[in-house]
Design a protein around this ligand. Sequence first.
Ligand code: OOG
Ligand code: MG
Length: 263
Amino acid sequence: MKLERATILCLAEYLENCELNAQDTLKITDDHPEMDWEDAYAIQDEIRRRKLVRGARIVGYKAGLTSYAKMKQMSVDSPCFGFLVDYFSVVDGGEVKVSELIHPKVEPEIAFVLKKPLKGPGCHIGSVLAATDFVMPAIEVIDSRYRDFKFDLKSVIADNCSSARFVLGGSMTSVEGLDLRTLGVVLEKNGQPVALGAGAAVLNHPAAAVAMLANHLGARGEELPAGTVVLSGGITEAVAVAPGDHVTLRVQNLGSTSIRFVE
Ligand code: OOG
Ligand code: MG
């Protein structure tokens, strides 16, 4: 760790307030170039602690920047991991208030729901599939707190990987007999397809992203608990949305989920 504890607390409060007040900021490594990976996750942990103290509950975890399309779009070269709390969750077909956010974008993802806890090290695609209760289509709404989505990996980790909202829908499908690599996804905005892809875009298999997340948490003495939702990462580039937009994700064999953006 390179930053003082007091600086970590201060940056966590600052970044969380940017989220709560829908205000953007420059990336935090501009003022703290010495910040290391541990500092970045320590800031994210402190944001999580602040939310839990105020009564929020953890409902899931996410891997981000797990596809080449996303890494290229954001100019980074490896994944990041974050947490999901209850108020990020939107009901299927529900509304997201754009005024509560800065510059939301949507991503097509496959969500895993676990029936058994997963604890790294040593998790792999097989252990993830064995621990998975079912998978579902998920739209993640990301909202980087950094101006114009301009960040580096450490800054985005501290900012809980741009997490803001998510919706799950379609059918809860067992992974048995399902090839997650060739599963096709179509993301539609206002009835038009705006992004297309297949599961293999995420680390060649979406379960590989969940394994990486479990191994990341394991190295820090944490695990993915049973019942948890896990977002495996955007399959395509993220697409910007505005009030009035209606977004639907259709996933082959898994049905669809949708979300509406209002003022
Ligand atoms: C970081 C979050 C990326 C994903 O699925 O790739 C993410 C960002 O692009 O702002 O959630
Ligand atoms: Mg995502």
